[in-house]
Design a protein around this ligand. Structure first.
Ligand SMILES: [Zn+2]
Length: 243
């Protein structure tokens, strides 16, 4: 073999080993990256960590809440871990396209409600995170007074979406209508009165609405249509809307 050929052969061998080494190093790097992410990423950003209702809102929160629709035992375990006092409702059909599945009744997911309300477990879980990460701390920060009651227009109602032939998410207790926020100092922040106002109350409503969009599949308010002029509608159905 000539020197030139021998040299060429040697170089080919080196390139072959070089490629294998690069592949191996790449795989080790990927593995180390995945391990570091899993070990150090905050749980709200890590889709492989179980959902805790006490976590702040992160990149993985919405997907974890969505998974609860298909994992009722995980959903109820999350509520229990957060000490949400509730009565589990038996699955039942209450009318055509109406009824309860993986639902509960409660007077207080986190903040007391104006009434005992029935709601699906994933709706309750989303509501809890929205209250603890947004509605409650913002009330303290902006008004120096804790949020003491959510004024609602209810959750469950066996009916269609207004002006449509389609069942509302309310028909399966998978939606809540929130009209206002009562603070400990007696103040009421009202969607009907304060939405769009250039006041702290108006800014509060904008901010909690924006936070809801990260947690519920459908978030509607007065900007959506006249039917929502006096309340926010949050649901955990199959739609996707933030208006
Ligand atoms: Zn509604």
């Amino acid at each position: 073999m000539s020197d030139a050929l021998r040299y060429k052969d040697k170089m080919r061998g080196l390139r072959f080993f070089g490629a294998r080494w690069r592949l191996l190093l790449g795989l080790v790097g990927l593995g180390a990256g995945a391990w570091a992410f899993h070990t150090y990423a905050p749980p709200q950003h890590n889709p492989f960590r179980p959902l805790s209702l006490e976590d702040p809102i992160g990149f993985a929160t919405f997907d974890k809440l969505t998974d609860l629709k298909y994992e009722p035992s995980t959903c109820f375990a999350a509520l229990e871990a957060a000490a949400v006092v509730h009565t589990t409702l038996l699955d039942s059909v209450t009318g055509e396209g109406c009824g309860f599945e993986n639902a509960l009744q409660t007077r207080q997911v986190l903040t007391p409600l104006n009434d005992a309300l029935s709601m699906s477990c994933p709706l309750a879980a989303s509501l809890y995170i929205w209250e603890q990460a947004s509605a409650r701390p913002l009330a303290e920060d902006m008004f120096g007074s804790p949020l003491v009651r959510l004024e609602t227009y209810g959750t469950y109602s066996c009916r269609n979406i207004a002006g449509s032939q389609q069942r509302s998410e309310h028909a399966t207790a998978n939606a809540i209508d929130i009209a206002g926020f009562r603070l400990a100092d007696g103040r009421l922040i009202s969607v009907a009165e304060d939405w769009g106002a250039r006041s702290p109350e108006g800014r509060y409503l904008k901010r909690v609405h924006k936070a809801a969009c990260k947690l519920f599949s459908v978030t509607l308010g007065p900007d959506y249509n006249a039917a929502h002029a006096d309340h926010f509608h949050f649901d955990f159905g199959s739609g996707g809307s933030c208006r």
